[in-house]
Design a protein. Structure first.
Length: 167
């Protein structure tokens, strides 16, 4: 009998885990490079509590957190996401016999993405203890998890925020 942890589930994750050795190595290199950069930045008193990443020179997502404990809960998942999307882009380029894109995205893309989201009206869905706020347009999607301080609605503060192109 096959142990449960090695059985195929038919999920996307199970399929991805079975990719070729080169793809696994690419993901690990990407994840390691980003993790090393964050480890270096974490030493600063104003260490980042989020990330913005791009693939093929285009911003894919910006994710921020209000506290280092929240960041710590999500950082590994975010690094895996960056590595997976980077690997997919590299595999696509290699399959098409194209050069792998290696230039950084223009920082202004991130600024414009946030500006576009901030101009939109919040659609708020309330939950016990927090609200989720969404902003959507043809250009951008943004979401915030807000925690309330007492009963003052104006005291709601973002615990986490996410911005991405609406492509």
């Amino acid at each position: 009998m096959t142990p449960p942890h090695t059985r195929s589930t038919g999920t996307l994750l199970a399929s991805v885990e079975k990719v070729d050795k080169e793809a696994v190595e690419r993901r690990e290199r990407i994840k390691k490079a980003v993790a090393e950069k964050f480890a270096e930045l974490a030493k600063a008193p104003d260490a980042p509590l989020g990330l913005a990443y791009a693939v093929d020179g285009k911003i894919r997502k910006i994710r921020t957190f209000a506290h280092s404990k929240i960041w710590d809960m999500y950082v590994d998942m975010l690094l895996n996401t960056v590595a997976m999307e980077g690997d997919q882009a590299q595999r696509k380029a290699l399959a098409a016999n194209k050069e792998v894109f290696s230039k950084p995205a223009e920082p202004q893309q991130a600024v414009e993405l946030v500006k576009n989201a901030e101009q939109l009206k919040d659609e708020v869905q309330g939950f016990v203890g927090n609200d989720n706020s969404y902003r959507k347009s043809a250009k951008v999607w943004s979401g915030k998890c807000l925690t309330k301080a007492g009963t003052d609605e104006k005291a709601a503060a973002p615990v986490s925020q996410s911005f991405q192109p609406a492509e």
